[in-house]
Design a protein around this ligand. Sequence first.
Ligand SMILES: CC(C)(COP(=O)(O)OP(=O)(O)OC[C@H]1O[C@@H](n2cnc3c(N)ncnc32)[C@H](O)[C@@H]1OP(=O)(O)O)[C@@H](O)C(=O)NCCC(=O)NCCS
Length: 264
Amino acid sequence: MIMSFQVALEVSWAARGSATLDRLSRREEEPPYAGSRPLVCVWCEGRSAVAMRVNESTVLLGPRVRLVPYRRAHVLRYNQWMQDPELLELTCSTPLTLEQEIQNQRSWHADPLKLTFILCARDDDDGGAIPDDLTSGMCGDVNAFLSEIDDDDDDETSVSAELEIMIAEPAQRRRGLARTALQMFIAYLLERVPRVGRLVVKVTDANVPSLRLFESLGFTVHKPMPIFQQTELRLSVASARARGWGALSREVSCVVPPEGEGQA
Ligand SMILES: CC(C)(COP(=O)(O)OP(=O)(O)OC[C@H]1O[C@@H](n2cnc3c(N)ncnc32)[C@H](O)[C@@H]1OP(=O)(O)O)[C@@H](O)C(=O)NCCC(=O)NCCS
């Protein structure tokens, strides 16, 4: 079965200029689809905060890749992946119980400073249809953690986005999925999240695949972090925009609300 989808994206930057973080918290108590559209963005006290909900009903379709919102249905597989010692080390993660992972998914869903998609491998001859089962082809994730840039006086460029990506299924590696997903994700981030002025990734020095991946996208070394045995790489927003990655993917707005998690 195929879900019904509304191709035109109708995300509105609700309450911009007037909402407060307090309002964002209260929003958590409202039904997820109260009113015409979900609240996706607040602007508070000169600082921007974008709810994870900006993408709660967004699917991005690109070549061989489908990015879908992280939902409860993905948690079991995600938790299984994150028991693997190698993946834990490469992603600097700690193992969680399934219950903790469920709580994580709920809190990420509402977190104003996180943006996460589950990465699915797609068949390019799927005609652009989205499977009813959003876990179909699930093989990794891509996300960003947002933070204020405190060494920058310019309010127009004051949000840093720290990126992470994982192709958890070994059989899906070296197929170009991570590179394509990052291109799609960065383009979406720059389009939907206000005031992003910095794209950052911190990679463990021994993680050659990840270093090569980000270098292949134009990221350059910003600084070594020897204490953590990591390197910080950056890509300027201007450079990312100039690459035209937005043309790679198409946004599809899912009109079917997330089930059983909206109040989280
Ligand atoms: C790093 C990772 C995301 C790469 O995903 P992937 O889908 O296999 O990467 P792609 O196929 O898109 O490769 C893109 C580029 O990355 C580099 N790359 C990817 N895997 C590589 C490897 N094993 N060795 C060397 N370079 C590699 C290459 O430059 C490649 O371009 P090419 O195929 O044209 O040579 C994946 O290996 C992974 O999830 N590893 C575990 C988790 C992790 O390390 N996450 C990153 C944390 S910062």
